[in-house]
Ligand binder design. Structure first.
Ligand SMILES: [Zn+2]
Length: 90
């Protein structure tokens, strides 16, 4: 069964897929922000913003502390926006 090499989401995501760095108060250092597309989300995660589950197939955000990558946290995109982490330094 042939596999497609590239799959594109039905709706384009306006947020760039490029990972970027923010200050992360949880780890006390920098964290990398990654956008997870719905087709990449295959597990259920607990969102630290609202303490509700992020169900498989839900596009969301992952915050990966550079000094402690296993401590990465998965957020709903709107919860992450409200968290204030996703804001310019200063
Ligand atoms: Zn949430």
């Amino acid at each position: 069964m042939p596999r497609r090499r590239e799959e594109r989401p039905a709706e384009p995501d306006p947020v760039p897929l490029v990972a970027r760095l923010v200050d992360d108060p949880r780890s006390g250092g920098l964290a990398e922000i990654r956008r997870i597309q719905p087709f990449q989300a295959r597990k259920t995660y607990l969102c630290p913003g609202c303490n509700n589950e992020i169900l498989p197939g839900t596009g969301h955000v992952v915050v990966v502390p550079l000094n402690d990558p296993p401590a990465r946290r998965h957020w709903h995109t709107p919860c992450f926006s409200r968290s204030g982490l996703d804001s310019p330094r200063g």
